[in-house]
Design a protein around this ligand. Structure first.
Ligand code: SAM
Length: 212
């Protein structure tokens, strides 16, 4: 079955075995879903999935879940998976606001946020994925020693994200204001779609790695 020939991304997603439907039923049971006890890492707001696909390809001993709010975007990731499926990568279509309903305590050992939507208006600050409200959600399921990695080319969003940390009870382990010229932090970097687009325009990429 060629996904690209099927109209209606919602229908395709509903039928795809690569998408976990009713993911709240998998809470606390992700090892059973993947049929192994490998570590679990998630990307929230994965877009078309280039980053998480390459990560999963490089690390077969780690399980990955890509989370995306919009069916039309998730469909693009599914099309890529159809060409070369990976047993350690699954997808969820959901709004990250509900994410604490999907993963149990200590179930995830790393969270990736890449080029999250900036929501520039103050009244929308709560929707920003690195905001303290979201950090409190992540706190409910990230392993004690787990970390969160965030990349963006948006300086205002990055400054906001850093400023949220003390209040939320998190601390920065590593910070760079120019990832692609930072010898330590650029090692093994996998570019996202947005990262390719914005770094090719000459924008510096900001990144932090944080823990509680
Ligand atoms: N991470 C990709 C990259 O770096 O190329 C895509 C970045 S794009 C700017 C942000 C993505 O996050 C979009 O695909 C958007 O639909 C998704 N997104 C935004 N808010 C979300 C939320 N609350 N829950 C899940 N996905 C979300």
């Amino acid at each position: 079955m060629r996904l690209r020939n099927i109209a209606g991304s919602r229908d395709v997603i509903a039928e795809s075995p690569l998408v976990v439907h009713e993911p709240e039923k998998a809470k606390g049971k992700w090892k059973e879903i993947f049929k192994n006890d490998h570590p679990l890492r998630i990307e929230i707001g994965m877009g078309k999935g280039k980053f998480i696909y390459e990560l999963a390809e490089k690390n077969p001993e780690v399980n990955y879940i890509g989370i995306e709010k919009y069916s039309s975007v998730l469909l693009r990731a599914l099309q890529k998976m159809e060409e070369a499926p990976l047993p350690n990568l699954l997808f969820i279509r959901m709004d990250a606001e509900e994410i604490a309903e999907v993963f149990g305590r200590e179930e995830v050992d790393r969270i990736y946020l890449n080029f999250s939507d900036p929501w520039p208006k103050d009244r929308h600050a709560k929707r920003r994925l690195p905001s303290k409200g979201f950090l409190a959600r992540y706190d409910q399921f990230l392993k004690k020693e787990g970390v969160l990695e965030f990349k963006t080319d948006n300086k205002a969003l990055f400054d906001f994200a850093l400023a949220q940390l003390p209040e939320a009870g998190w601390e920065a382990l590593q910070v760079t204001y120019d990832l692609h010229h930072d010898d330590r932090m650029k090692e093994g970097n996998i570019m996202t779609e947005y990262e390719e687009k914005f770094s090719s325009k000459g924008n510096p990429i900001y990144k932090y790695i944080i823990k509680r």
